[in-house]
Ligand binder design. Structure first.
Ligand SMILES: [Zn+2]
Length: 425
């Protein structure tokens, strides 16, 4: 990198702290999807004087969109002085609930040493701030660049991205004819390039029974016992099968290179009494038991096979177990996404990391999904990765923080990427 651009970014320490703090102090909680418009306007006010044209895009009718909590997104574009590729930085603005265990104000953005604390600090307002600082420094150094730079701030990533990137992709904003490279500054670490993520399949399984008096259970049919047989089949057959499958994708942490399944919830029989109730239970054989499962699958598996495997297990129980009956209802599915290691955005980032930080870049893939799926599957834009500062394990935790030095280091890498992609010849 030209020394002057690196130096320019090094001088932005106070600026990146102030920007990150300002972003963290807007409580963009999802649910319910609060203050999206406010934070979009804050970012727009910063970018417009720097030559960006800003669009405010509401995902009307998306899940959760209402007049009380409208799903606003912001997309800013600055044209270069000659034709060339468009490089797009996409960050989600929503943060998850605060939860328990904080020792700091989750929206106070306290600076202590090199760390800024707050909900969303690493996931991912720190990454958003790093990309903005990188773009601003690049523009001051190279106002005569080729192509275009885009920065988007989108909502609802934490709830699937349907009111955010999925909506923008559906409206054509990620069409490969207008955008050629996408970097999503999720907190994967400043020397790691995230190529994609596993798939997810969420479903509800209900076992059926027949209600009867609890003193004569033989006159009814207990749905909870049928669910016990389902859980037993999971332990006996499904979990060992999942653990034996391993993906070629570089998923981290290592346990997530296998197929996994979580049982999120179980409920059978009469509804639970509210806490503090002194009512005694009635005596009934439960006629329904439900679980929800969160199945994370590998790119090698395919979602149809995942569903067929579950249905096969349930049909097997139906054949061997008297009166067993069930419903299987899919709640949602997310397909895996994997960008080729040879894709230009990957090789450019690789070179930028090596030149800027001195060490080799590591390829990783994410155990959970993020907005890359929509850019890939809806936008049909394959040249997209996640790259950004922060420690993934801090995401969604109490006392979440982002390191200022990490932000500046990744901003230098992003600026180097811009030099490589937007200053041809
Ligand atoms: Zn995130």
């Amino acid at each position: 990198m030209s020394d002057s651009l690196a130096q320019r970014i090094a001088q932005e320490r106070d600026e990146i702290i102030a920007l990150t703090q300002a972003l963290l102090r807007v409580p963009t909680l999802n649910p319910p999807g609060a203050h999206y418009r406010d934070i979009c306007e804050d970012i727009a006010r910063r970018l417009e004087p720097r030559g960006f044209t800003v669009q405010m895009i509401r995902a009307e009718g998306a899940p959760g969109d209402s007049d009380a909590y409208p799903r606003w997104n912001m997309l800013a574009r600055r044209e270069g002085t000659r034709p060339g590729d468009c490089l797009h930085f996409n960050s989600h603005i929503d943060v998850v609930e605060v939860g328990h265990g904080w020792t700091r104000d989750p929206f106070g953005a306290e600076l202590e040493g090199d760390r800024i604390y707050g909900r969303g600090a690493c996931d991912m307002k720190g990454g958003l701030a790093a990309s903005i600082i990188a773009v601003e420094a690049f523009l001051e150094e190279h106002p005569d660049f080729a192509g275009a730079i885009e920065i988007s701030a989108t909502g609802d990533e934490e709830s699937g991205g349907y009111g955010g990137v999925a909506h923008l992709a559906r409206e054509g904003w990620f069409n490969p004819a207008r955008v050629q490279h996408v970097i999503i500054p999720e907190p994967l670490g400043k020397d790691r390039i995230c190529l994609g993520h596993r798939g997810g399949w969420w479903a509800e399984i209900e076992t059926k029974g027949e209600i009867a008096h609890g003193s004569m259970p033989f006159l009814g049919d207990c749905a909870v016992r049928h669910m016990g047989a389902v859980l037993d089949a999971f332990e006996r057959d499904l979990f060992p099968a999942l653990a034996a499958r391993r993906t070629e994708m570089p998923v981290i942490p290592d346990g997530a290179r296998n197929s996994t399944m979580n049982i999120n919830a179980i409920h059978g029989g009469q509804p639970e009494e509210p806490e503090g109730s002194t009512a005694l239970p009635v005596h009934c054989v439960p006629d329904s038991c439900r679980i929800t499962v969160d199945r994370r699958f590998l790119i090698e598996e395919g979602v149809e096979a995942v569903e067929a495997e579950m249905r096969g297990l349930l049909e097997g129980l139906k054949a061997e177990r008297p009166r067993f009956d069930y419903d299987l209802r899919e709640i949602n599915r997310v397909l895996p996404s994997m960008t080729a290691p040879e894709a230009p955005v990957v090789t450019t980032l690789e070179a930028a990391i090596a030149e800027t930080l001195g060490g080799p870049a590591q390829h990783v893939a994410s155990p959970g999904s993020y907005d890359q799926k929509h850019i890939d599957r809806i936008g049909r834009l394959k040249n997209c990765v996640a790259y950004g500062p922060g420690i993934l394990e801090l995401a969604h935790k109490p006392d979440e923080w982002i390191g200022v030095t990490d932000m500046l280091d990744s901003a230098r890498v992003m600026a180097r990427v811009m030099q490589k992609l937007l200053l041809p010849g």
